[in-house]
Design a protein around this ligand. Structure first.
Ligand SMILES: *Cc1c(COP(=O)(O)O)cnc(C)c1O
Length: 689
């Protein structure tokens, strides 16, 4: 296991940053998370794809290997680019310089009469003073030079050196420890042996980072072009709407994003003394207050790093609450079958036993089944996890009654707040009857998804759960933390703070109204072509809608995946497919999309429905048609040989406006089964980007 903070990711007052773990061949299929594997496309060309686990939680639920959904992808990418730019030689040079500096500094401090250890170290060592008073004097001298030293115990200090450490820093530190003693030490005189405090038998002798990608882009120009080449293969919000139901892909405004680049936010150590972080502390307090007001709850913890971690933290708070009341037998967690896969996976992590609750034909929680399950587990009932509006995209009418049933049986209500974009300013989880709720700041509050993270999943809780929020060894209180940093992914919180402050309360409410309006516009426009599966009373949906594509399998042999791939030819990222109902699409437009963009999406979906109709009528081949053979790459369309029974123009430019804004997919249909059977975790030299 390790952290990428030694790999070019800023400290950011604690996060976000990526950690990793690696394993032997034998265990690779048990790895949690998003494993990139290699498969091939319809032309037999290599194609990278997420292997095995992409839907693991949704399929295995309480038996999943991990509850993590949103991870730290962007930080992993940052770290990988650090390795791409520096390459194996550059990384070794950086490491050797750091080690020489650390060794030299330690030796200089030892010469002053201090005990220094351990025997072997890389960049971090400790210094033992004679008395707490001496430590106090050292820290005072350090403070005068604006240097923070870590106090490990009464008489011990810790020092770390990194690639930003200068010889002036070394001189300052030496003088701090020397006090009134005359400096007789030369920070320029670094020894030439780069490995003095490393155990010789552990030094690596084999080559590493031999892949061409780590040996090619060592100038800024080359690196820039490489990154841009990769970026241009990615369809993102800069091209078109990404209507991923439940994921709430909305505008990430530039003004909201700018502060993450400011050193005042990016360069702060997570354990810097509180009085040096007053700006951050003010921002946390204000953000907590605003989120408490939006949810109607008494308090907020910003510590969880994603929704899944919020679920874990919230369920732990519920467990601690029951335990504090002498009811530690309450361990059963009721979860509707429509719930996101993280819900059961988190419940198991929090030490609970998952019991499923059925949904009725309208997509709501089956109240009869709920009552029966509550009765059956009354004495052991800990909590119900419920998503509102439901993952079926409707405002569940029975929400208050459901909360009441749980409370009467002594249980707590955990609200999965991933759909808060349908609530902000209109209703509040606390008033609906929930006791705790997580918020996905990377959904509702504009932090970009980063291709799979970073996220922030704060939890808001009612008053009686306040004492059970996660704590931190560095803060007063005794609850354990859920994250290594007291405020989790602190450096991206300014994004959510800025969003709320820019919008104001009227703006936030209007955004929710427009999000609901946009979803209903799409539902009404597409319903004649793809029936909307679940509607609330009055025929309305919430902020997203589920389109039922299952009948097309019978009428035309078309599956939801075929439509998803064909959408790429029209320049759209597919909506969420086959979740929470297999064979359907869940569309969430958000308030960020204009009427023009909604219409473009609807026109694409309608045009695809007309292609399917041609298959139904027998006018198009049931196998060799533009849906089954989608997406169409430039290579395929421009090839000298074309033997498909439909024209090239239909493949590439199916509607007039597609020409204007064509986005070329870089691979054809990917062979999913092949990729799972041939799980390759390391990059092959022929995939050199
Ligand atoms: C996104 C989502 C989650 C998980 O949140 P992460 O931040 O990805 O961990 C849980 N429930 C629902 C309904 C979601 O949409």
């Amino acid at each position: 296991v390790g952290s990428t903070q030694r790999f070019g990711v800023p400290l950011g007052y604690g996060g976000p940053h990526a950690a990793y773990f690696a394993t032997r061949e034998a265990h690779k299929r048990l790895l949690p998370g998003r494993l990139v594997g290699i498969s091939q496309d319809a032309q037999g060309r290599p194609a990278l794809r997420l292997a095995l686990q992409t839907r693991e939680q949704h399929i295995r639920r309480d038996k999943a290997t991990s509850n993590i959904c949103t991870a730290q992808v962007l930080l992993a990418v940052v770290a990988s680019m650090y390795a791409v730019y520096h390459g194996p030689r550059g990384l070794r040079q950086i490491a050797e310089r750091i080690h020489r500096q650390a060794h030299h500094l330690a030796a200089g401090i030892r010469d002053l009469g201090y005990r220094v250890g351990p025997e072997y170290f890389f960049d971090t060592f400790w210094v033992k003073a004679e008395s707490p008073e001496q430590v106090g004097q050292i820290q005072e001298r350090a403070a005068q030079r604006r240097i923070n030293l870590r106090r490990i115990d009464e008489t011990t200090l810790g020092i770390s050196v990194d690639e930003a450490t200068t010889s002036q820093d070394l001189r300052d530190l030496w003088e701090i420890f020397a006090g009134s003693k005359e400096p007789a030490w030369d920070p320029e005189g670094l020894s030439s042996d780069p490995h003095q405090s490393l155990p010789p038998q552990l030094l690596r002798t084999t080559p590493y980072l031999t892949h061409p990608v780590f040996n090619r882009y060592h100038s800024e120009t080359e690196l820039l072009r490489y990154i841009h080449r990769l970026q241009s293969r990615d369809l993102s919000l800069v091209h078109s709407m990404i209507p991923l139901g439940s994921c709430t892909m909305k505008l990430n405004a530039t003004a909201e994003m700018l502060p993450i680049t400011w050193p005042e936010f990016a360069q702060l150590h997570p354990f810097a003394p509180l009085e040096q972080a007053r700006g951050y502390q003010t921002l946390f307090a204000q953000l907590e207050r605003m989120l408490a007001e939006i949810t109607g709850f008494a308090g907020v913890s910003l510590q969880p790093n994603a929704g899944s971690q919020g679920e874990y933290a919230g369920l732990l708070a519920i467990r601690r609450y029951h335990q504090a009341r002498g009811e530690s037998q309450r361990q059963v967690c009721l979860i509707p079958t429509s719930a996101h896969g993280t819900n059961p996976a988190s419940a198991v992590m929090a030490g609970m036993q998952v019991v499923s609750v059925a949904c009725d034909r309208a997509g709501n929680i089956d109240l009869e089944d709920l009552r029966a399950k509550v009765e059956q587990h009354r004495e052991r009932l800990a909590a119900l996890m419920i998503t509102y509006p439901s993952t079926h995209g409707v405002f569940e009418e029975g929400i208050r009654e459901i909360c009441q049933i749980i409370h009467e049986a002594g249980g707590q209500v955990y609200m999965d707040g991933a759909n808060l974009n349908a609530q902000v300013g209109l209703c509040r989880p606390a008033e609906l009857g929930a006791d705790v709720c997580h918020l996905n700041l990377h959904k509702t509050f504009c932090i970009p998804h980063g291709g799979g993270g970073p996220g922030v999943g704060p939890i808001a809780v009612a008053r009686h759960l306040l004492p059970h929020l996660p704590g931190h060894p560095f803060l007063p209180g005794c609850n354990g933390p859920v994250s290594a940093a007291p405020w989790g992914s602190a450096s991206i919180l300014p994004i959510a703070w800025a969003y709320i402050r820019l919008m104001g309360s009227a703006g936030l409410t209007l955004a929710t109204q427009v999000a609901l309006l946009n979803a209903n516009y799409i539902a009404k426009r597409l319903d004649p072509y793809y029936p909307v599966l679940y509607k609330g009373p009055g025929g309305w949906v919430a902020h997203e809608c589920i389109l039922d594509l299952r009948p097309l399998k019978k009428s035309a042999g078309i599956e939801v995946e075929d439509v998803a791939k064909r959408l790429m030819d029209y320049g759209f990222h597919a909506p969420t497919i086959s979740w929470p109902v297999p064979g359907t699409m869940m569309v969430e437009p958000t308030e960020s999309e204009s009427l023009e963009e909604l219409d473009r999406f609807c026109e694409a979906m309608i045009a695809i429905r007309q292609e399917i109709a041609a298959i139904e009528r027998g006018e198009m081949d049931p196998v060799r048609n533009p849906l089954k053979l989608a997406p169409h790459t430039a290579e395929v369309v421009a090839a000298d040989h074309w033997d498909r029974p439909y024209p090239r123009s239909l493949a590439a430019y199916p509607l007039p406006w597609v020409k204007e804004r064509k986005f070329w997919p870089s691979v054809s249909r990917i062979d999913n089964a092949y990729g799972d059977r041939h799980l390759v975790c390391s990059c092959q030299p022929w995939l050199e980007g």
